[in-house]
Design a protein around this ligand. Structure first.
Ligand code: OXD
Ligand code: MN
Length: 595
């Protein structure tokens, strides 16, 4: 008798009407075969899905060009389909599940005619982990199929774990006709189901990632008592060999991948990488918070990645052996057939083909690589991969870091007074837009806990859920606010960032261990500079002090903006968060009076 997975696949095939059905086993031989299909047979936008790159310098690497209208996540076409709108909250686009299904069935009907339907059984998390989830995605695109093998743990383990149960996360994806008018990413949290049509872009099409491991998983976490977060996970080894584990939430374009693979500028300290994008956080039997990375690969932004900014990522990319590496919408050196992007080490090649496949003329001012061009690479290639990566229980988290890109107001680092205060710090985080992302530079987009595009339910309830998790923890991690991006009066970054960020992590470790002192401020606990390692750093003391400056007179507009932002969650907003808000406002008022 057919099991639940077979029955579900049969139903989807009846709807989408593919020529062939192929069940992926996740093997290396299979990936090679599918890449060959993508090179020789399958076409996207009239061109082959993959091109082989220079194997000598970039082993096992392939270039993929997506449709030019399909290069990023499409938040306006992403819907959360709870039966009632309030459950989705003001932070989500909502559609009634019935209406969404009717719309999508019309699109999916017969969409795989002439194509192969690939069945991808995969695990999010290590198959032996009690926190992992078994999933099945269907797709009609080889790029998506092989990318999922890099980004997840694909194969028989997932089918074994599902067995005859109905308990698996379902994802139906078709590249469709890539018409943006017919592109939708629909989430049905009540059914653990995602339907994605009309896009081949990673964040829309690799359904294990944002769609499942964040949006659907955040709803599962609310129901089951855990947290699905947009966080990197890392271990920091001190000179004595002790490792402290941290998780950090930063919105897109704030350097999460660089931080997760950072090469320490302080001798004796070493970063061990566990993940660069998503963390699932569970309360362990000992009352500590444990993190697993549900993913198995990195889907990182290529431009700006170099031996200077992220040497360990360049090593990871050049270390492709068992798993291939994909470059999506990067440029190409026409002479050497190597991938290229703005910010890569060395000189600009003489003959560059841009991300759309045309000869690049730098004098026209366009970028050769798309600003959101990406690499997809296995975590197992990473030279700084933590030996705990496959530990089914995850790693115990001692500190949670919450940050964004703020040119003013927010100190380089500060510690929250309590878990509740830390959650409040998370509610007010945000990032200023960069030149690459928008024409209007410096516009603040609030992005609580970096989860705004990814929380699958009302964020007021999400803040409440964070507060409840805190109550369940016997040994809660300390929460810190971080901001690498404060600028001086000339608009220049004050803090050097990258490998020097270890100094901030060192202070955090010292705080966790009770070794460093801190000073009270209206905003939180600030470092006492005598306990903050500035040895060998070429930044004047006055500039460092600017990084920690709290000027109450600058906070009036910010306080109003926070209040306005939090008010939108109405009755769903926990009173405890308002208490923290009022306490901040009062403290700032008093310190303004005492100045
Ligand atoms: C990502 C994102 O791609 O956050 O990770 O946008
Ligand atoms: Mn992300």
């Amino acid at each position: 008798m057919a099991n639940a997975v077979e029955k579900w696949v049969e139903e989807q095939a009846k709807l989408t009407k593919p020529d062939k059905i192929y069940w992926c086993n996740g093997s290396e031989e299979e990936a090679k075969r599918l890449i060959e299909v993508g090179i020789k047979e399958e076409k996207l936008n009239g061109k082959p899905v993959f091109q082989k790159l220079n194997d000598k310098h970039w082993p096992n690497a392939y270039l993929h060009r997506s449709h030019p209208n399909d290069v990023a996540r499409t938040e306006q076409l992403t819907f959360i389909c709870h039966p009632d709108k309030d459950t989705a909250g003001p932070n989500n686009h909502w559609m009634d599940p019935k209406e969404a299904k009717e719309k999508m069935i019309k699109l999916f009907d017969g969409c795989m005619k002439g194509r192969t339907l690939y069945v991808l059984p995969y695990m999010m998390g290590h198959p032996k982990s009690p926190y992992a989830k078994a999933c099945v995605q269907i797709t009609d695109n080889t790029y998506v199929a092989v990318s999922m093998r890099i980004m997840t743990r694909m194969g028989k383990d997932a089918l074994d774990r599902i067995g005859h149960s109905e308990n698996f996360v379902r994802g139906l994806h078709s590249i469709g006709d890539l018409n943006p008018e017919r592109r939708f990413i629909m989430h049905f949290p009540q059914e653990n189901l995602v339907w994605s049509f009309g896009s081949g872009y990673g964040g829309n099409a690799l359904l294990g990632k944002k769609c499942f491991a964040l949006r659907i998983a955040s709803c599962l976490g609310l129901k089951e008592g855990w947290l699905a977060e947009h966080m990197l996970i890392m271990g920091i080894e001190d000179p004595k060999g002790n490792v402290t584990y941290m998780a950090a939430a930063l919105p897109s374009a704030c350097g999460k991948t660089n931080l997760a693979l950072m090469q320490s500028a302080l001798p004796g300290y070493k970063i061990w990488t566990l993940g660069d994008d998503i963390a699932w956080l569970n309360v362990g039997p000992d009352g500590r918070l444990y993190a697993i990375n549900p993913e198995a690969g990195f889907f990182g932004v290529a431009p700006g990645t170099s031996l200077k900014t992220n040497p360990n990522m360049i090593k990871t990319l050049k270390n492709s052996d068992f798993f291939p590496t994909f470059y999506t919408n990067t440029a190409l050196d026409a002479d050497t057939h190597e991938p290229w992007w703005e910010g890569l080490d060395g000189t600009t090649p003489k003959n560059v083909i841009d991300w759309q496949g045309n000869a690049w003329d730098p004098s026209k001012g366009s970028k050769a690589a798309h600003p959101n061009s990406r690499f997809t690479v296995s975590m197992y290639n990473c030279p700084t991969l933590s030996k705990e990566i496959d530990n089914p229980n995850g790693v115990p988290i001692s500190a949670i870091l919450l940050g964004g890109r703020r040119s003013k107001l927010i100190p380089l680092v500060m510690e929250a007074f309590s878990w509740q205060h830390g959650v409040f710090l998370g509610t007010r985080t945000g990032s200023e837009t960069t030149a690459a992302a928008a024409h209007q530079v410096g516009v603040l987009r609030r992005d609580p806990m970096a989860m705004l595009p990814f929380c699958g339910y009302n964020m007021g309830d999400y803040f409440g859920h964070w507060l409840n998790i805190g109550k369940k923890l016997k040994h809660a991690p300390k929460i810190f606010s971080i901001n690498w991006f404060r600028t001086d009066e000339n608009g220049k970054f004050i803090w050097p960032g990258f490998g020097e960020n270890i100094r901030v992590l060192k202070w955090i470790i010292d705080r966790v261990e009770g070794k460093a002192s801190a000073k009270d401020s209206a905003l939180g606990l600030l470092p006492d500079l005598k306990d903050f390692d500035l040895s060998g750093l070429d930044v004047p003391k006055a500039k460092i002090e600017q990084l920690f400056m709290v000027d109450p007179s600058e906070w009036t507009a910010e306080l109003q903006d926070i209040e306005k932002y939090l008010s939108q969650f109405g009755a769903q907003m926990p009173e405890a968060i308002w208490q923290e808000y009022r306490s901040l406002a009062e403290k700032l008022h008093h310190s303004a009076l005492s100045k």
